[in-house]
Design a protein around this ligand. Sequence first.
Ligand SMILES: Nc1ncnc2c1ncn2[C@@H]1O[C@H](COP(=O)(O)OP(=O)(O)OP(=O)(O)O)[C@@H](O)[C@H]1O
Length: 326
Amino acid sequence: MTSVSDAPAVRTEELYKFYGTTEAVSGLDLVVPAGITFGFLGPNGAGKTTTIGMLCTLLLPTSGRAEVSGYDVVAQPHEVRDRIGLVFQESTLDLDLTAEENMRFHAELFGLSRRQSKPAVDALLDLVELTDRKDSPVRDYSGGMRRRLEIARGLLNTPSVLFLDEPTTGLDPQTRVAIWEHLHRLRRDSNVTLFLTTHHLEEAENCDRIAIMDHGDVVAHGTPAELKAVVGADLVVLRTGDDHAAVRAAREGFGLDGEIGADGVRLRVDDGATFVPRLCAGLGVAVHSVTVKPPSLDDVFLHYTGRSIRDDAGPTTLADIGRRSA
Ligand SMILES: Nc1ncnc2c1ncn2[C@@H]1O[C@H](COP(=O)(O)OP(=O)(O)OP(=O)(O)O)[C@@H](O)[C@H]1O
């Protein structure tokens, strides 16, 4: 039997959640090993926020089991809460207080006095590089600074699992990169498991493992490289003197089904690098440029869900779940 200390960060078995007749989570079986960065992806309405809501004990499952760090979310909610940190997408910081005051008041929720919490508050503000600004009101902070402060606050109780709901949504690309630098450092310097949802596929590349959820259940999981290997083929894009003739020649000479896109003739081949010279030599059509793109996580997402993640509207958030269950 697995002891709590070597339990996975998250384990669900046949987990279901209904809202009336709407099946939001449908028999989810998920295991997230401890000590990794885990990305939870899925189209709008797939059930991600509902799943996180149950894992964080904000929502009760309809049936099935869910454990966080070996503790049952229904039978042992206090043990679970002691071991998790939450970073909501919508800010829950008090804008009139300084960073240090926000941290201190949050520490009081865990029953820590000012003296007890001071070393942790100082160390965490240092971790997210806010020490210099710790006495400024949060109102004066940029979006990126606020998010960093929320991450620091989520770590105050030294959680085993930090749940981050769309941690970089609403931030500009440069700030997103900075937040990821902090998350990477956090993973490097501690044993915390990061469990995050994201709509940014380039961010999912930062995760050790990802799961794609659709219609309430996981449809694919693995490392980004494993998932891309399933989709397999490289995308070759040719700019040619005659795209229609090139598509015909690719079909007749190489048995490839090409299509004409805005960027040129698009072909899927297993090993673009070795195939392209052969293709160009045998095509019989002038080729002006060639690009070879390995499969992306967007291709993986499309493969499993039938739609591009970029088509999605904004997500529901953990804060919505909190409001719904209030
Ligand atoms: N309180 C509620 N009452 C009724 N239906 C709900 C409620 N909350 C969520 N749902 C439904 O449950 C399903 C899953 O929703 P959920 O918000 O968990 O998906 P999601 O994957 O987080 O989507 P998003 O990416 O948009 O945040 C959807 O069909 C949604 O409409």
